[in-house]
Design a protein around this ligand. Sequence first.
Ligand code: KG4
Ligand code: ZN
Length: 362
Amino acid sequence: MKKQKLITNKLPIVLAIDTSCDDTSVAVTQGWVVLANVIASQTELHQKYGGVFPTVAKLAHRENIQPTIKLALQRAKLGWPDIDLIAVTQGPGLAPALEVGILAAKQLAEKHHLPLVPVNHLEGHLLSPLAIRKGRGSNLNQQITPHLPALGMVVSGGHSQFVLVEKIGSYHVLGQTLDDAAGECLDKIGRMLNLGYPAGPVIEEFAKKGNAKAYQFPLPLTTTKDFNLSFSGLKTFAKNKLAELTDDGKKVLSQQQVYDFAASTQFGVFRHLTYKLTKILESYQVKEVWLGGGVAANIELRKMIRKTIKPLKLKVTYSKKLCMDNAAMIGIVAGNQLSTISHKPIAIDRQPQLTITSTAGK
Ligand code: KG4
Ligand code: ZN
């Protein structure tokens, strides 16, 4: 029987699904090891809207979900008899998008008589730095011992927060954004510069050719003692500065001005993150910094964090492949938190507003 597999000494093999936003992703994982991770991107579909259009995302998830599941199993070189449980993102995310993944997961759990684990997407981003890629050296039953307490930084298009991790499954939010997320801020300023959607990766490329000191973005929340973040002031600064530079839209920026603006924006956003990181590390002793979420793909952010924590002899851990939304991070959370297994998949529903401290199923 399937359920008995969970109490053997082999770590369970998880088929994980994430449809929280605009990417349909399915992964196969075992413990911390990622056996396959497939992402069907919808970026092109949403580009013309300048952001993610929820009903378009829902339709595309419906179209992509079955082929993505098939491809993930193929890439893992496994079939349904090898799978021990199914994991699915319960929230946070776009309600219509979450719904597609949850429905597919429930149907698969019933069809293959497998338990279903609801997973918090934010916990996925938080633990993504711990994932191990399947390779020559990776042992499938490999148990890792994270250096705890760790400080997790989740920096994505929907969230920006600092999380103290005392142990896996026990999280304390030390600070979070009071308005926009860091990625959202980059995307919104990128939109002002006509850089398309999502603008974060374009800003990173353009910034390499620009001067980060050309435009002095303000450093927010320096007088507050808490560790919260706020990006709306940076957005307002950008809007006003661009109005000034273009004489209220009558003039066009030169290409070099666009590069400089991209570099200055990026520096402004990351300086705010590293400033608050410094403040946290003055108050909390941690053994490691973990970085996850789409903005963690940015090499300059990693460099600035490394520079910030070097005097404390700390290192920053991230997964090069799993920064952006993906199902592998959902699989590793499920594979390491077997206590949340539900044998009644029908009871699991989407939770678009889920927070990291109300992790799914607890
Ligand atoms: O984690 P993610 O895929 O989705 C959310 O859960 O939000 O993050 C997407 C965000 C977008 O705002 C995108 O612009 C940003 O991550 N992003 C980047 C880079 N790649 C993606 N921001 C800066 N530099 C990048 N290279
Ligand atoms: Zn995400």
